[in-house]
Design a protein around this ligand. Structure first.
Ligand SMILES: [Zn+2]
Length: 87
């Protein structure tokens, strides 16, 4: 992956993460203060996981381990070039 593409991908992720942060501050998403459990296991969730950056507020609370296991959002590649279809 070249640097420009990597930066663009990070920018998309950052935008989605910023929206989640705003939603938490506005009270639209619960604050992950340790009282909310990870969707995948029973550890306390400490972050919101995106499956699609195209839907920045469609997130699930997860712990660090499950977040790693889940990997990147499904559109972390395609979100860069939404009009281009993969063949
Ligand atoms: Zn977990």
């Amino acid at each position: 992956m070249d640097v420009a593409r990597h930066r663009a991908r990070r920018a998309i992720a950052n935008k989605a993460h910023a929206k989640v942060r705003k939603a938490v501050l506005a009270g639209r998403l619960p604050r992950l203060d340790g009282s909310i459990k990870c969707t995948d296991c029973d550890s306390p969730a400490d972050r919101y996981d995106h499956r699609e950056y195209a839907k920045p507020l469609q997130v699930e609370p997860v712990c660090i381990n499950c977040n790693k296991r889940r990997g990147p959002a499904i559109d972390s590649h395609t979100a860069l070039f939404p009009k281009r279809r993969a063949h």
